[in-house]
Design a protein around this ligand. Structure first.
Ligand code: INI
Length: 158
């Protein structure tokens, strides 16, 4: 273990206001991500009253809404949840690419952490594995990453 002074965010969600933005596309998978994210936040001290769920049509549509929410000053963090599953066309690359880049921009430009829980998978089976199956729940992981980032930013500002 290094003895360097280390700054990191803890995983305490008490009193934090969090918006969860969830895509309706592939809702069978996305609902599992939503459940995982809520469960993770509540188990780390969030009150369900301080969580809000915002539905959008699909992953491509997320960045605009994430940015609007981030700039509203009503949330400490946002968790973006969706599932882009590769089909036979190049649509996948555009949807997944724009979603990821737009969400990253929204976080960087607003200063509000956004946990990125948008799956990009080759198959539905892979998506199910990552939405509470054998590869964990990426919705829960995104929620905890957002939480850690909020607390890290607070620590850097203190
Ligand atoms: N949206 C998704 O969230 N996942 C997908 O896999 C997907 N595919 O494959 O097309 C998808 N498309 C819809 C897109 O996100 C927008 O809702 C649509 O283009 C309207 O803006």
């Amino acid at each position: 273990m290094s003895s360097l002074k280390t700054l990191e965010g803890d995983l305490i969600a008490r009193d934090l206001r969090v918006a969860i933005v969830a895509a309706r596309f592939n809702d069978f998978v996305v609902e599992r991500l939503v459940t995982g994210a809520i469960d993770a936040l509540v188990r780390h001290g969030a009150s369900e009253k301080s969580l809000e769920l915002v539905r959008v049509p699909g992953a491509f549509d997320m960045p605009l809404i994430v940015k609007r929410l981030a700039l509203s000053k009503r949330y400490d963090a946002i968790v973006a949840l969706g599932a882009v599953i590769k089909g036979e066309t190049a649509h996948f690359d555009f949807v997944a690419g724009e979603c990821a880049a737009g969400i990253a921009r929204a976080a960087q430009e607003s200063g509000v952490p956004v946990g990125f829980g948008v799956l990009t998978c080759d198959t539905l089976d892979q998506a199910i594995d990552r939405a509470g199956g054998k590869a964990g729940n990426k919705g829960a992981e995104a929620a905890l990453a957002a939480l850690e980032m909020v607390n890290l930013l607070k620590r850097l500002d203190a």
